[in-house]
Design a protein around this ligand. Sequence first.
Ligand code: ADP
Length: 461
Amino acid sequence: MSSACEKVYGYTVEDFKQNANLWFDLILEEDRHVIAENQVLLDQGKSIVNVYRIRHSNGDIRWMESKLTPTMNADGQIIRLDGFTSDITQRKEAEDALKNSEHKFRSLIENAVDAILVLDEKLQINYASNSVYRITGYTANEIMSRGAFSRLYEEDKLQAREVLQKVLHAPGKTIEHSYRQVRKDGTVIWCEGAAINLLHDEAVNGIVVNFRDVTLRKEYEDALQQSNEELKKSNNELDRFVYSVSHDLRAPLSSIIGMVELIEADASDEMLIGDLKLIKDSINKLDGFILDILDYSRNSRMELKQQEIHFPELINDIVSGLKYMAPENRQIDISVNIEALAPFYSDEGRISIIINNLVSNAIRYSDYSKPDPSIQISVVADAEKAILIVKDNGIGISKEKHDKIFEIFYRVSKVSKGSGLGLYILKETVEKLRGTIQLHSELNKGSEFIIELPNLHKTIS
Ligand code: ADP
């Protein structure tokens, strides 16, 4: 025994000489079978390697590797054993750590929700994770023996082949795929996943394909799409219905107004004239309501147009059309200021709905108790946008109602003469033009509506 024994076992050569059993006693009981088993080979004259654990004199457990070569006499009996022993504890620990980490990753893959396949360059499946069974009903072995495309839905096979060809030709690139598979029980499921060619990666050396069952999600998506289409269809029908009903209602209304005016022309009775005026007011209110609905329906039905807007003419027309709204013998001062820095393109019909609503509200809600009821309309248009402001010194709107007034059929006061549709239509129309609305208003002081609209000559071709 060389003196290095002391380093390895923690006992001196002398200790070993004094106790012939010491070496065997140091070996952990559960590893002694290794020695006994290899003894058979030694007896046959074969060299052996024993790997076992000992308890070092300091109490540590250490891994040993002993290589032994027997020398036999002519009768086949061992007459001498040459050997050397190394402490392989560090190597063993490193091997164990490697095994553990491999075990960890394998178990991660085995227990992953996604199914994982590894294919070789001929697209043969070399590995299939456990989840494959959960998703397809085929065991990993069945999957491997059946080939990559056998479980795919017939109509999707070609596309799957194309995806895998793409993967083959783009090493390292993740390519997503979605196709149907036929489960072992015959049901068809939708799968979705990704594939990556890692043939060049020594540790993997394969094409890694993962997939999961997304049938439920697909079914929801399909149902959602279908109900969306139905909703769109019934919305369109509703729009068309509203439009044609509103349109048809206006004709008899103007006949009624005409007849009322005929009666009015011949009437001399004061009370009758007063009653006829009330009838006319109600008919005009009804007509205004129908016009609002027509505006709403036009905005939601009609495609966005892109026309050059001539603000001066447009605003003048609107203002002269609305002036009659102010009560007789009440004056309202309307000023218009337009700065056109560049041609402005948008949808004239919609711009007209916006200005009409703002100006008619400013007139309707003006405060005639003030000495100078006034409305200022201003437009600044450049290559990017137009800012349209309608400002009045009317009755104003209290802060807490600022958001509410844009809701459908909302009127601040029940005595309001309008339909409660105007600002709702305004908001919808501004949104259609991809613009924004700001409101500054204070009760009894007045209101300012600021509308910003993009110049559409850039965004629409
Ligand atoms: P309406 O048809 O009742 O005018 P709108 O949707 O146009 O409906 O306006 C909603 C409510 O907002 C109105 O009832 C009114 O109370 C308030 N409002 C709108 N514009 C003004 C304004 N310029 N000044 C004061 N109040 C306004």
